[in-house]
Design a protein around this ligand. Structure first.
Ligand SMILES: Nc1nc2c(ncn2[C@@H]2O[C@H](COP(=O)(O)OP(=O)(O)OP(=O)(O)O)[C@@H](O)[C@H]2O)c(=O)[nH]1
Ligand SMILES: [Mg+2]
Length: 462
């Protein structure tokens, strides 16, 4: 058990609301709460029934018991608490002052201000959750769509941990069997063991490959995609942004060069968060402000997961427009042939003659028509044509993916080592490497610095 000092933090966001919560965790939580909590009962909090709510007042014992607020106290003794330590949560009236005053009092009584993510870090260090589950908690907090939430909740339920745990279990059993062979080297036993090892590892390699193949989907469901809307001035980019948002977010005029700074908004496309960026129309310009906007647009093109190029199809393509289209050829792109209600000068064939694009769709941004192909393209990019349910175990971040790739390569290496009839010791070394890499995913074998870095990304009070 990880026994350290007792930490405290305000776990609710700053501002006015119904309630604010101060959380205490550690061996002295009950003693500290007891020192500043007053109600009708005589018995100390530590003697009261666990997992109950107590009604009373928080006072400042250093200042003649002056009352601070009327509160509810939640008592949760370890190990059955968020951190697996003794936890007390103080619910006071929501606002700026009471909650800060209560925090000051509990700190004065011996608690220490928690660092960001420290409660969850303790849950991990105390063995209540593993690293994938801790990451899932951060993902639940950050979830932008129902699908990313489902994925995170599922990961918190142990979907990925179980999968990784099963792989590790099979590997350690295999390592044990192979090590027996090393200790008692007899040729026929060795042959049998190697065959067994091959049969165990081959399906695992297949399993891991599948996990890696679906990893991009997991990451995109979790993080969403960034789509940049580009095109020449007046093509209808801001009109498209507004149509997708179903509100007049960006200024639309018939003056070319209306949008100068980029505008970002998030929309939900069938459970996937799509970060839309409307940009300044691409053109050579003397206007310094507009020039900055054009440079920014070009940067977004490099970073985007998806490029939405808007073409004014009611007038012939300009040389500049052709250059833009050539430059984005081959990337994940949707070409929107806009303003077809005004007349058709540019067809899909004309666009196809310029380069390779994922989809070409006639739209009317002004009327909000023809937007379905965008949804389809987003889904194609995320799922790559596969059906991936969010309750399936998925790798969802770069840390997990990199470690899984390493483990995958190590196991493949072990198969090659066997094919080359090398010593069993060498095979065991490869397999052990994979076992350790998998352990890093769940946090069974992971360095302190990685743990510190990971939890520092959490918010204060979590
Ligand atoms: N007829 C018609 N007009 C459109 C359509 N989409 C946009 N427009 C008009 O085209 C003009 C320019 O639209 P914007 O959305 O401001 O174009 P933009 O690409 O953002 O332009 P900049 O910000 O200057 O780069 C406005 O007058 C719009 O009303 C459409 O589908 N049909
Ligand atoms: Mg605009």
């Amino acid at each position: 058990m990880y026994t350290e000092d007792t930490i405290a933090a305000i776990t609710t966001p700053p501002g006015v609301g119904g309630v604010s919560i101060i959380r205490l965790s550690g061996k002295d939580s009950f003693t500290i709460a007891n020192a500043c909590f007053r109600d009708q009962k005589q018995e100390p909090l530590s003697k009261r029934q666990n997992r109950t709510i107590q009604y009373g007042h928080i006072v400042n014992p250093e200042e003649e018991e002056s009352p601070i607020d009327e509160v509810l106290l939640l008592l949760m003794k370890g190990p059955h608490s968020y951190t697996a330590e003794d936890v007390v949560e103080i619910q006071c009236h929501g606002g700026y002052t009471a909650v800060q005053e209560i925090l000051k009092v509990v700190i004065a009584q011996g608690a220490r201000m928690a660092e960001p993510g420290e409660f969850t870090k303790r849950a991990f260090l105390n063995g209540r959750i593993d690293l994938t589950e801790a990451e899932a908690i951060a993902d639940i907090i950050d979830a932008k769509t129902d699908k990313s939430l489902q994925l995170a909740v599922n990961q918190l339920g142990g979907a990925l941990s179980k999968k990784v745990g099963a792989l590790r279990e099979a590997l350690i059993t295999l390592i044990a069997r192979l090590e027996v062979t090393i200790d008692y080297p007899e040729e026929d036993i060795e042959e049998v063991s190697i065959n067994e090892a091959r049969e165990t590892i081959q399906p695992m390699v297949k399993d891991m490959k599948e996990l890696l193949e679906t990893a991009q989907s997991g990451q995109l469901i979790r993080d969403g995609l960034m789509a940049v809307i580009i095109g020449r001035p007046n093509a209808g980019k801001s009109s498209l942004l507004n149509a997708l948002l179903r509100k007049n977010r960006a200024i639309v005029t018939d003056i070319p060069g209306t949008t100068r700074d980029s505008i970002e908004e998030i929309i939900n496309v069938d459970g996937i968060a799509l970060r839309l960026v409307d940009t300044a129309g691409l053109r050579e310009t003397e206007d310094e402000v507009e020039q900055f906007g054009v440079e920014k647009a070009k940067e977004y093109i490099n970073d985007a997961d998806l490029i939405i190029a808007v073409v004014d199809a009611s007038t012939p393509l300009t040389a500049e427009e052709k250059d833009i289209l050539q430059a984005i050829s081959g990337k994940a792109t949707l070409i929107c042939l806009n303003k077809e209600d005004k007349g058709v000068c540019v067809t899909a064939k004309d666009i196809e003659a310029i380069g390779q694009f994922s989809k070409i769709a006639p739209i009317s941004a002004a009327q909000g028509e023809g937007l379905t192909p965008l949804r389809e393209l987003v889904k194609e990019l995320v799922y790559g044509g596969q059906v991936i349910p969010t309750y399936q175990a998925l790798l969802t971040n770069t840390r997990q993916i990199t470690l899984m790739e390493t483990a995958y390569k190590q196991l493949q290496q072990s198969l090659e080592t066997m094919d080359q009839h090398m010593l069993i010791d060498c095979v065991v070394t490869d397999i052990r490497g994979a076992w350790e890499s998998l352990g890093e995913i769940t946090g069974q074998s992971v360095g302190q610095s990685i743990v510190d870095e990971l939890f520092s990304r959490f918010c204060l009070g979590k």
